[in-house]
Design a protein around this ligand. Structure first.
Ligand SMILES: Nc1ncnc2c1ncn2[C@@H]1O[C@H](COP(=O)(O)OP(=O)(O)O)[C@@H](O)[C@H]1O
Ligand SMILES: [Mg+2]
Length: 213
């Protein structure tokens, strides 16, 4: 099973979301991470985890997009691979999108996010044409100001596009989320029962259902 957290835009929370889902899933299924981010955020996070005396999440590295495609074809049963895609368009990221059983795309409510998701839709459109099927991603509102209640244009765009479905879970802006990753921990390992933990639990539950757990 392959789950890719994907968006061609940087800074939307791909690594943060991929990391928390990977740590949570690692407790119930053999979980591997593929770090396609040029900043190697999760490779660093995983070494911080090791320093904390926690079991690191196994990570895979590929030199070419073809190797990644081969891995995706041969990945055995009973394994979940979580791909943290790079914040740009590349052969690697396109292979990840096509190979995935589930795509999640974090977006925030920042001024340029509507533009970002419009560009990402173009990528999904062109890949869908090549594949001859409509590629869909689950959009996750992440890093949202806790006081913010209305999402306006962004929600309209997401709901009208055939490539996007909105997740019901939402992650608000929580300092604990940033701090926990800085210690190589999931939010649950950092501060259980916090608002961030509750929101992440809800997301984890929704993703489990989507993957058929
Ligand atoms: N829900 C959140 N609450 C607080 N900070 C967040 C949240 N999501 C992401 N961040 C912070 O935003 C920044 C970008 O997140 P990151 O996961 O690195 O994005 P990407 O991988 O898409 O570039 C990081 O500093 C991260 O700690
Ligand atoms: Mg990243």
């Amino acid at each position: 099973m392959i789950l890719t957290v994907s968006h061609q835009k940087g800074g939307v929370g791909k690594s943060t979301v991929a990391w928390n889902l990977a740590v949570n899933f690692s407790k119930i299924i053999e979980t591997r991470i593929i770090d396609l981010d040029t900043q190697r955020s999760l490779t660093v996070t995983n070494s911080l985890r090791k320093e904390q005396g926690l079991r690191p999440i196994p990570m895979l590295h590929f030199d070419t997009a073809e190797e990644l495609a081969r891995y995706a074809q041969e990945e055995g049963d009973g394994v979940l691979t979580i791909i943290d895609s790079g914040g740009f368009d590349s052969a690697f990221n396109r292979v990840a999108i096509i190979a995935s059983d589930l795509l999640i795309t974090p977006v925030s409510d920042k001024p340029f996010d509507l533009m970002g998701i419009q560009k990402y839709e173009e990528i999904l459109k062109s890949l869908s044409e090549i594949q001859g099927e409509t590629i869909k991603t689950k959009v996750l509102f992440n890093n949202i100001n806790p006081a913010m209640k209305r999402f306006g244009d962004l929600v309209d765009f997401i709901c009208l596009s055939e490539h996007f479905d909105l997740l019901t879970s939402i992650l608000r802006q929580r300092v604990d989320i940033a701090h926990s990753v800085g210690e190589g921990k999931s939010i649950k390992e950092y501060r259980i029962f916090s608002k961030a933990d509750q929101e992440m639990d809800e997301l984890f539950g929704e993703v489990k259902t989507l993957l058929g757990f």
